[in-house]
Write a protein that binds this ligand. Structure first.
Ligand SMILES: Cc1cc2nc3c(=O)[nH]c(=O)nc-3n(C[C@H](O)[C@H](O)[C@H](O)COP(=O)(O)OP(=O)(O)OC[C@H]3O[C@@H](n4cnc5c(N)ncnc54)[C@H](O)[C@@H]3O)c2cc1C
Length: 402
Protein backbone atom coordinates (compact mmCIF):
# COMPACT_ATOMS: atom_id res chain seq x y z
CA UNK A 1 0.00 0.00 0.00
CA UNK A 2 1.44 3.42 -0.96
CA UNK A 3 1.33 6.20 1.61
CA UNK A 4 1.45 9.97 2.09
CA UNK A 5 1.69 12.06 5.26
CA UNK A 6 -1.38 14.14 4.31
CA UNK A 7 -4.07 13.22 1.80
CA UNK A 8 -6.27 16.07 0.63
CA UNK A 9 -9.48 14.89 -1.02
CA UNK A 10 -10.69 17.41 -3.62
CA UNK A 11 -8.87 20.03 -5.70
CA UNK A 12 -11.35 22.90 -5.54
CA UNK A 13 -10.25 26.19 -3.98
CA UNK A 14 -10.33 24.64 -0.48
CA UNK A 15 -8.16 21.66 -1.47
CA UNK A 16 -5.76 23.82 -3.50
CA UNK A 17 -5.17 26.25 -0.62
CA UNK A 18 -4.73 23.31 1.77
CA UNK A 19 -2.14 21.90 -0.66
CA UNK A 20 -0.29 25.23 -0.87
CA UNK A 21 -0.09 25.35 2.93
CA UNK A 22 0.77 21.68 3.44
CA UNK A 23 3.41 21.63 0.68
CA UNK A 24 5.44 18.50 0.02
CA UNK A 25 3.65 16.45 2.68
CA UNK A 26 0.43 16.67 0.65
CA UNK A 27 -1.00 14.31 -1.93
CA UNK A 28 -4.21 15.70 -3.50
CA UNK A 29 -6.71 13.19 -4.88
CA UNK A 30 -9.18 14.66 -7.39
CA UNK A 31 -11.78 12.72 -9.34
CA UNK A 32 -11.72 15.12 -12.31
CA UNK A 33 -8.86 15.17 -14.84
CA UNK A 34 -7.91 18.70 -13.72
CA UNK A 35 -8.29 20.95 -10.62
CA UNK A 36 -10.99 23.53 -9.88
CA UNK A 37 -13.78 22.49 -12.25
CA UNK A 38 -16.37 24.51 -10.30
CA UNK A 39 -13.94 27.39 -9.85
CA UNK A 40 -13.74 27.65 -13.64
CA UNK A 41 -17.52 28.17 -13.84
CA UNK A 42 -17.61 30.70 -11.03
CA UNK A 43 -18.68 34.30 -11.56
CA UNK A 44 -19.96 33.42 -15.06
CA UNK A 45 -16.45 32.26 -15.98
CA UNK A 46 -14.81 35.37 -14.49
CA UNK A 47 -14.43 34.17 -10.86
CA UNK A 48 -15.50 36.64 -8.22
CA UNK A 49 -13.01 35.28 -5.68
CA UNK A 50 -13.42 37.78 -2.82
CA UNK A 51 -14.73 41.25 -1.99
CA UNK A 52 -13.53 44.51 -0.48
CA UNK A 53 -15.24 44.19 2.93
CA UNK A 54 -12.92 44.35 5.90
CA UNK A 55 -12.76 41.15 7.92
CA UNK A 56 -15.34 42.09 10.56
CA UNK A 57 -17.87 43.27 7.97
CA UNK A 58 -17.23 40.12 5.95
CA UNK A 59 -17.93 37.98 9.02
CA UNK A 60 -21.12 39.93 9.78
CA UNK A 61 -22.67 38.42 6.61
CA UNK A 62 -22.09 34.85 7.77
CA UNK A 63 -24.85 34.78 10.37
CA UNK A 64 -24.40 32.05 13.00
CA UNK A 65 -21.18 30.69 11.39
CA UNK A 66 -19.26 33.96 11.81
CA UNK A 67 -17.66 32.96 15.13
CA UNK A 68 -16.51 29.64 13.69
CA UNK A 69 -15.05 31.19 10.54
CA UNK A 70 -13.23 34.07 12.23
CA UNK A 71 -9.85 32.35 12.84
CA UNK A 72 -9.81 30.97 9.29
CA UNK A 73 -10.57 34.35 7.74
CA UNK A 74 -7.96 36.12 9.85
CA UNK A 75 -5.42 33.41 8.93
CA UNK A 76 -6.01 33.96 5.20
CA UNK A 77 -8.07 37.00 4.29
CA UNK A 78 -8.71 38.90 1.08
CA UNK A 79 -5.33 40.66 1.22
CA UNK A 80 -3.52 37.34 1.62
CA UNK A 81 -5.56 35.94 -1.29
CA UNK A 82 -4.82 38.91 -3.57
CA UNK A 83 -1.10 38.77 -2.65
CA UNK A 84 -0.86 35.04 -3.30
CA UNK A 85 -2.46 35.39 -6.73
CA UNK A 86 -0.21 38.35 -7.56
CA UNK A 87 2.89 36.32 -6.66
CA UNK A 88 1.77 33.73 -9.19
CA UNK A 89 1.26 36.37 -11.89
CA UNK A 90 -2.51 36.79 -11.54
CA UNK A 91 -3.39 40.45 -10.93
CA UNK A 92 -6.74 41.38 -9.38
CA UNK A 93 -9.26 44.04 -10.26
CA UNK A 94 -11.89 45.49 -7.91
CA UNK A 95 -15.26 46.37 -9.41
CA UNK A 96 -17.30 49.39 -8.31
CA UNK A 97 -19.51 47.11 -6.19
CA UNK A 98 -16.45 45.89 -4.26
CA UNK A 99 -16.22 42.45 -5.90
CA UNK A 100 -12.75 41.20 -6.84
CA UNK A 101 -12.05 39.36 -10.11
CA UNK A 102 -8.80 38.43 -11.87
CA UNK A 103 -7.57 41.23 -14.15
CA UNK A 104 -7.90 38.87 -17.11
CA UNK A 105 -11.62 38.34 -16.31
CA UNK A 106 -10.96 34.61 -16.80
CA UNK A 107 -11.49 32.25 -13.91
CA UNK A 108 -8.75 30.03 -15.37
CA UNK A 109 -6.21 32.68 -14.27
CA UNK A 110 -7.18 32.15 -10.61
CA UNK A 111 -7.34 28.37 -10.96
CA UNK A 112 -3.96 28.21 -12.74
CA UNK A 113 -2.31 30.50 -10.17
CA UNK A 114 -3.54 28.34 -7.27
CA UNK A 115 -2.52 25.09 -8.93
CA UNK A 116 0.89 26.53 -9.83
CA UNK A 117 1.44 27.68 -6.22
CA UNK A 118 0.48 24.24 -4.91
CA UNK A 119 2.85 22.45 -7.30
CA UNK A 120 5.65 24.93 -6.42
CA UNK A 121 5.11 24.25 -2.72
CA UNK A 122 5.80 20.57 -3.42
CA UNK A 123 2.28 19.13 -3.24
CA UNK A 124 1.61 16.11 -5.47
CA UNK A 125 -1.61 15.60 -7.42
CA UNK A 126 -3.38 12.48 -8.60
CA UNK A 127 -6.21 13.33 -11.03
CA UNK A 128 -8.92 10.99 -12.31
CA UNK A 129 -8.83 9.48 -8.84
CA UNK A 130 -12.18 8.92 -7.18
CA UNK A 131 -12.12 8.33 -3.43
CA UNK A 132 -14.85 5.91 -2.40
CA UNK A 133 -14.17 5.56 1.33
CA UNK A 134 -11.85 6.49 4.18
CA UNK A 135 -11.41 4.23 7.19
CA UNK A 136 -9.31 4.33 10.33
CA UNK A 137 -6.47 1.79 10.42
CA UNK A 138 -5.86 -0.36 13.47
CA UNK A 139 -2.28 0.89 13.94
CA UNK A 140 -3.23 4.57 13.51
CA UNK A 141 -3.74 6.68 10.41
CA UNK A 142 -6.27 6.20 7.63
CA UNK A 143 -6.80 3.92 4.63
CA UNK A 144 -8.09 5.87 1.64
CA UNK A 145 -9.79 3.65 -0.93
CA UNK A 146 -9.88 4.98 -4.49
CA UNK A 147 -11.10 3.49 -7.76
CA UNK A 148 -7.47 2.50 -8.44
CA UNK A 149 -5.82 1.55 -5.16
CA UNK A 150 -5.70 1.97 -1.39
CA UNK A 151 -3.39 4.65 0.03
CA UNK A 152 -2.53 5.08 3.68
CA UNK A 153 -2.22 8.54 5.22
CA UNK A 154 -1.44 9.91 8.62
CA UNK A 155 -3.80 12.87 8.17
CA UNK A 156 -6.76 13.60 5.94
CA UNK A 157 -8.19 16.90 4.75
CA UNK A 158 -11.72 16.46 3.41
CA UNK A 159 -12.30 19.24 0.86
CA UNK A 160 -14.89 17.57 -1.35
CA UNK A 161 -17.23 20.57 -1.63
CA UNK A 162 -21.01 20.56 -1.23
CA UNK A 163 -23.68 18.73 -3.18
CA UNK A 164 -24.61 21.28 -5.82
CA UNK A 165 -23.62 21.35 -9.49
CA UNK A 166 -22.79 17.65 -9.21
CA UNK A 167 -21.40 17.63 -12.76
CA UNK A 168 -18.37 19.50 -11.36
CA UNK A 169 -17.50 16.53 -9.12
CA UNK A 170 -19.05 17.56 -5.79
CA UNK A 171 -21.73 14.88 -5.56
CA UNK A 172 -22.04 14.72 -1.78
CA UNK A 173 -19.83 11.66 -1.22
CA UNK A 174 -17.72 13.72 1.18
CA UNK A 175 -20.67 13.81 3.58
CA UNK A 176 -20.93 10.01 3.46
CA UNK A 177 -17.21 9.71 4.24
CA UNK A 178 -17.50 12.20 7.13
CA UNK A 179 -20.52 10.35 8.52
CA UNK A 180 -18.66 7.03 8.37
CA UNK A 181 -15.95 8.66 10.55
CA UNK A 182 -18.52 9.73 13.16
CA UNK A 183 -19.55 13.20 11.99
CA UNK A 184 -23.05 14.66 12.16
CA UNK A 185 -24.37 16.24 8.95
CA UNK A 186 -26.81 19.13 9.27
CA UNK A 187 -29.63 18.81 6.67
CA UNK A 188 -28.53 19.78 3.15
CA UNK A 189 -30.47 22.36 1.12
CA UNK A 190 -29.79 23.98 -2.26
CA UNK A 191 -28.52 27.53 -1.69
CA UNK A 192 -27.82 30.51 -3.94
CA UNK A 193 -30.74 29.34 -6.08
CA UNK A 194 -33.41 31.07 -8.16
CA UNK A 195 -37.13 30.38 -7.70
CA UNK A 196 -39.88 29.54 -10.20
CA UNK A 197 -43.30 31.12 -9.71
CA UNK A 198 -46.94 30.14 -10.18
CA UNK A 199 -48.05 31.08 -12.77
CA UNK A 200 -44.67 31.27 -14.51
CA UNK A 201 -46.11 33.42 -17.28
CA UNK A 202 -47.32 36.38 -15.17
CA UNK A 203 -44.10 38.42 -15.45
CA UNK A 204 -42.37 36.59 -18.32
CA UNK A 205 -42.18 39.74 -20.42
CA UNK A 206 -40.20 41.38 -17.59
CA UNK A 207 -37.41 38.75 -17.84
CA UNK A 208 -34.06 40.50 -17.53
CA UNK A 209 -35.44 43.48 -15.58
CA UNK A 210 -33.44 44.09 -12.43
CA UNK A 211 -34.47 46.30 -9.50
CA UNK A 212 -32.10 47.81 -6.93
CA UNK A 213 -32.41 47.36 -3.17
CA UNK A 214 -35.95 45.94 -3.06
CA UNK A 215 -37.50 44.86 0.26
CA UNK A 216 -38.86 41.29 0.34
CA UNK A 217 -40.57 39.26 3.07
CA UNK A 218 -41.50 35.59 3.33
CA UNK A 219 -42.30 32.93 5.89
CA UNK A 220 -39.67 30.26 6.53
CA UNK A 221 -39.19 27.43 9.05
CA UNK A 222 -37.16 30.04 11.02
CA UNK A 223 -40.11 32.47 11.15
CA UNK A 224 -40.88 35.56 9.07
CA UNK A 225 -37.79 36.74 7.19
CA UNK A 226 -37.38 40.30 5.92
CA UNK A 227 -34.50 41.30 3.71
CA UNK A 228 -33.66 43.73 0.94
CA UNK A 229 -31.37 43.66 -2.07
CA UNK A 230 -31.23 43.56 -5.85
CA UNK A 231 -33.95 41.53 -7.58
CA UNK A 232 -34.00 40.05 -11.09
CA UNK A 233 -37.00 38.79 -13.08
CA UNK A 234 -36.31 35.62 -15.06
CA UNK A 235 -38.44 33.86 -17.69
CA UNK A 236 -39.94 31.59 -15.06
CA UNK A 237 -39.57 33.45 -11.80
CA UNK A 238 -37.21 35.47 -9.64
CA UNK A 239 -33.48 35.65 -9.05
CA UNK A 240 -30.86 38.27 -8.13
CA UNK A 241 -28.91 38.51 -4.87
CA UNK A 242 -31.90 39.05 -2.56
CA UNK A 243 -33.52 35.81 -3.80
CA UNK A 244 -30.28 33.80 -4.16
CA UNK A 245 -29.12 34.67 -0.66
CA UNK A 246 -32.42 33.63 0.93
CA UNK A 247 -33.18 30.61 -1.28
CA UNK A 248 -32.05 28.09 1.34
CA UNK A 249 -34.95 29.30 3.52
CA UNK A 250 -37.60 29.52 0.77
CA UNK A 251 -39.75 26.45 0.15
CA UNK A 252 -42.06 25.41 -2.70
CA UNK A 253 -45.52 26.74 -1.80
CA UNK A 254 -44.10 29.80 0.05
CA UNK A 255 -45.27 33.29 -0.79
CA UNK A 256 -42.78 36.11 -1.30
CA UNK A 257 -44.02 39.67 -0.75
CA UNK A 258 -42.12 42.26 -2.76
CA UNK A 259 -42.36 45.97 -2.14
CA UNK A 260 -41.89 47.66 -5.52
CA UNK A 261 -42.59 51.05 -3.92
CA UNK A 262 -42.23 51.42 -0.16
CA UNK A 263 -45.25 53.31 1.17
CA UNK A 264 -46.79 52.82 -2.30
CA UNK A 265 -50.41 53.47 -1.25
CA UNK A 266 -49.63 56.90 0.19
CA UNK A 267 -47.24 57.83 -2.58
CA UNK A 268 -49.84 56.99 -5.23
CA UNK A 269 -52.40 59.14 -3.42
CA UNK A 270 -49.91 62.06 -3.39
CA UNK A 271 -49.22 61.55 -7.08
CA UNK A 272 -52.92 61.78 -7.91
CA UNK A 273 -53.11 65.14 -6.09
CA UNK A 274 -49.87 66.50 -7.62
CA UNK A 275 -50.25 65.33 -11.24
CA UNK A 276 -53.99 64.86 -11.87
CA UNK A 277 -53.70 65.47 -15.62
CA UNK A 278 -50.83 63.06 -16.28
CA UNK A 279 -51.55 59.61 -17.67
CA UNK A 280 -51.23 56.87 -15.07
CA UNK A 281 -48.46 55.00 -16.93
CA UNK A 282 -46.37 58.19 -17.32
CA UNK A 283 -46.93 59.34 -13.74
CA UNK A 284 -45.80 55.98 -12.33
CA UNK A 285 -42.31 56.60 -13.76
CA UNK A 286 -41.85 58.90 -10.75
CA UNK A 287 -41.39 55.68 -8.75
CA UNK A 288 -38.28 54.79 -10.81
CA UNK A 289 -39.82 51.54 -12.06
CA UNK A 290 -38.95 50.27 -15.56
CA UNK A 291 -41.64 51.00 -18.18
CA UNK A 292 -42.09 47.31 -19.02
CA UNK A 293 -42.70 46.48 -15.36
CA UNK A 294 -45.25 49.31 -14.99
CA UNK A 295 -47.07 48.02 -18.09
CA UNK A 296 -47.06 44.46 -16.72
CA UNK A 297 -48.36 45.50 -13.30
CA UNK A 298 -51.18 47.56 -14.85
CA UNK A 299 -51.98 44.70 -17.24
CA UNK A 300 -52.06 42.16 -14.41
CA UNK A 301 -54.36 44.37 -12.32
CA UNK A 302 -56.48 45.15 -15.43
CA UNK A 303 -56.12 48.93 -14.93
CA UNK A 304 -56.04 51.20 -18.00
CA UNK A 305 -52.65 52.98 -17.97
CA UNK A 306 -53.66 55.62 -20.51
CA UNK A 307 -56.28 57.24 -18.25
CA UNK A 308 -55.48 60.48 -16.44
CA UNK A 309 -54.72 60.12 -12.76
CA UNK A 310 -57.76 62.24 -11.93
CA UNK A 311 -59.96 59.61 -13.62
CA UNK A 312 -58.54 56.71 -11.60
CA UNK A 313 -61.38 55.11 -9.64
CA UNK A 314 -60.70 54.83 -5.91
CA UNK A 315 -61.11 51.03 -6.13
CA UNK A 316 -58.30 50.85 -8.72
CA UNK A 317 -56.17 53.37 -6.82
CA UNK A 318 -56.41 51.26 -3.67
CA UNK A 319 -55.67 48.06 -5.60
CA UNK A 320 -52.64 49.55 -7.37
CA UNK A 321 -51.30 51.27 -4.24
CA UNK A 322 -51.53 48.05 -2.26
CA UNK A 323 -49.84 46.06 -5.05
CA UNK A 324 -46.97 48.51 -5.45
CA UNK A 325 -46.42 48.31 -1.71
CA UNK A 326 -46.86 44.58 -1.28
CA UNK A 327 -47.01 42.35 -4.37
CA UNK A 328 -47.33 38.69 -3.43
CA UNK A 329 -45.69 35.99 -5.59
CA UNK A 330 -46.25 32.26 -5.11
CA UNK A 331 -43.24 29.94 -5.31
CA UNK A 332 -43.65 26.85 -7.45
CA UNK A 333 -40.16 25.51 -6.82
CA UNK A 334 -36.65 26.42 -5.75
CA UNK A 335 -33.77 25.36 -8.01
CA UNK A 336 -32.49 21.88 -7.16
CA UNK A 337 -28.95 20.81 -6.27
CA UNK A 338 -28.30 20.23 -9.97
CA UNK A 339 -28.29 23.96 -10.72
CA UNK A 340 -28.05 25.73 -7.34
CA UNK A 341 -24.72 27.49 -6.87
CA UNK A 342 -24.08 26.29 -3.31
CA UNK A 343 -25.17 23.94 -0.54
CA UNK A 344 -26.46 25.05 2.85
CA UNK A 345 -26.07 22.57 5.70
CA UNK A 346 -23.17 20.13 6.02
CA UNK A 347 -20.64 19.05 8.63
CA UNK A 348 -21.78 20.22 12.07
CA UNK A 349 -19.39 23.01 13.09
CA UNK A 350 -19.67 22.09 16.78
CA UNK A 351 -17.56 18.99 16.07
CA UNK A 352 -14.64 20.93 14.54
CA UNK A 353 -11.87 22.90 16.27
CA UNK A 354 -12.12 26.46 15.02
CA UNK A 355 -8.39 27.25 15.27
CA UNK A 356 -7.24 24.22 13.26
CA UNK A 357 -10.25 22.81 11.34
CA UNK A 358 -9.46 19.44 12.96
CA UNK A 359 -12.26 17.08 13.92
CA UNK A 360 -13.03 16.80 17.65
CA UNK A 361 -14.45 13.33 16.95
CA UNK A 362 -11.77 11.83 14.73
CA UNK A 363 -8.28 13.27 15.44
CA UNK A 364 -6.09 13.96 12.40
CA UNK A 365 -9.14 14.45 10.17
CA UNK A 366 -9.54 18.04 8.93
CA UNK A 367 -12.28 19.80 6.95
CA UNK A 368 -12.23 22.72 4.53
CA UNK A 369 -14.61 24.52 2.20
CA UNK A 370 -18.23 24.17 1.27
CA UNK A 371 -18.58 20.73 2.91
CA UNK A 372 -18.83 22.65 6.21
CA UNK A 373 -22.17 23.85 7.57
CA UNK A 374 -21.96 27.52 6.71
CA UNK A 375 -24.03 29.57 4.32
CA UNK A 376 -22.62 32.64 2.64
CA UNK A 377 -24.22 35.19 0.30
CA UNK A 378 -23.19 35.84 -3.30
CA UNK A 379 -20.32 38.25 -3.88
CA UNK A 380 -17.05 36.33 -3.52
CA UNK A 381 -17.80 35.01 -0.02
CA UNK A 382 -17.83 31.33 -0.94
CA UNK A 383 -14.49 31.15 -2.73
CA UNK A 384 -12.82 33.30 -0.05
CA UNK A 385 -14.16 31.00 2.68
CA UNK A 386 -13.08 27.85 0.83
CA UNK A 387 -9.61 29.40 0.51
CA UNK A 388 -9.47 30.55 4.15
CA UNK A 389 -10.62 27.25 5.66
CA UNK A 390 -8.38 25.35 3.20
CA UNK A 391 -5.35 27.39 4.19
CA UNK A 392 -6.04 26.91 7.92
CA UNK A 393 -6.63 23.16 7.54
CA UNK A 394 -3.46 22.72 5.44
CA UNK A 395 -1.27 24.77 7.82
CA UNK A 396 -2.63 22.89 10.83
CA UNK A 397 -2.24 19.44 9.31
CA UNK A 398 1.44 19.87 8.41
CA UNK A 399 3.49 17.53 10.50
CA UNK A 400 6.58 18.87 12.23
CA UNK A 401 9.65 17.79 10.17
CA UNK A 402 11.11 14.53 11.54
C1 LIG B 1 -22.07 28.27 -11.38
C2 LIG B 1 -21.40 28.67 -10.08
C3 LIG B 1 -20.89 29.94 -9.96
C4 LIG B 1 -20.27 30.33 -8.76
N1 LIG B 1 -19.73 31.59 -8.68
C5 LIG B 1 -19.11 31.96 -7.54
C6 LIG B 1 -18.44 33.22 -7.46
O1 LIG B 1 -18.33 33.98 -8.44
N2 LIG B 1 -17.88 33.57 -6.26
C7 LIG B 1 -17.90 32.73 -5.16
O2 LIG B 1 -17.36 33.10 -4.11
N3 LIG B 1 -18.48 31.52 -5.24
C8 LIG B 1 -19.05 31.10 -6.39
N4 LIG B 1 -19.60 29.85 -6.48
C9 LIG B 1 -19.47 28.93 -5.32
C10 LIG B 1 -18.03 28.39 -5.22
O3 LIG B 1 -17.58 28.00 -6.52
C11 LIG B 1 -17.94 27.19 -4.27
O4 LIG B 1 -18.48 27.56 -3.02
C12 LIG B 1 -16.48 26.74 -4.10
O5 LIG B 1 -15.98 26.24 -5.32
C13 LIG B 1 -16.37 25.65 -3.03
O6 LIG B 1 -15.04 25.25 -2.97
P1 LIG B 1 -14.66 23.80 -2.40
O7 LIG B 1 -13.19 23.64 -2.67
O8 LIG B 1 -15.15 23.65 -1.02
O9 LIG B 1 -15.49 22.77 -3.29
P2 LIG B 1 -15.46 22.49 -4.86
O10 LIG B 1 -15.03 23.67 -5.62
O11 LIG B 1 -16.77 21.88 -5.17
O12 LIG B 1 -14.31 21.40 -5.01
C14 LIG B 1 -14.46 20.10 -4.47
C15 LIG B 1 -13.62 19.14 -5.31
O13 LIG B 1 -13.62 17.86 -4.70
C16 LIG B 1 -13.70 16.88 -5.71
N5 LIG B 1 -14.30 15.67 -5.14
C17 LIG B 1 -15.51 15.54 -4.57
N6 LIG B 1 -15.71 14.27 -4.15
C18 LIG B 1 -14.58 13.58 -4.47
C19 LIG B 1 -14.19 12.23 -4.30
N7 LIG B 1 -15.00 11.33 -3.72
N8 LIG B 1 -12.96 11.85 -4.76
C20 LIG B 1 -12.13 12.76 -5.36
N9 LIG B 1 -12.47 14.05 -5.54
C21 LIG B 1 -13.68 14.47 -5.10
C22 LIG B 1 -14.59 17.50 -6.77
O14 LIG B 1 -14.39 16.89 -8.03
C23 LIG B 1 -14.17 18.97 -6.73
O15 LIG B 1 -13.18 19.26 -7.67
C24 LIG B 1 -20.21 29.42 -7.67
C25 LIG B 1 -20.72 28.13 -7.81
C26 LIG B 1 -21.31 27.75 -9.01
C27 LIG B 1 -21.83 26.36 -9.14
Amino acid sequence: MSSAPIIIIGAGPAGLLAAIAAGKQALVLERNPYPGKKLLLSGSGQCNFTNALDNDDFLFHLRSASHFLKPALYAFDKDAFIDLLAREGCGSAKREDGKYFPETKHSASVRDALYQAAVKSGAKFSFDTHVSSVSKQAGGGFAVKTDKTVISADRIILATGGKSYTQTGSDGLGYVIAKSLGHKIEPLTPALASVDLIPASRFTDCAGISLKNVPIAFCSPQGRIKDRGDLLFTHTGLSGPVILNNAFLIKAGSSIAISFVEGGAHKLQDLVLQEPKKSLQTALKAFALPTALIARILGYLAIDGSQQLAQLKSKDRNLLGAYLQNAVFHVKSVESFETAMATAGGIDLADIRIRTMESRICPKLYFAGEILNYHAPTGGFNIQLAASTGWLAGSSAVLPPS
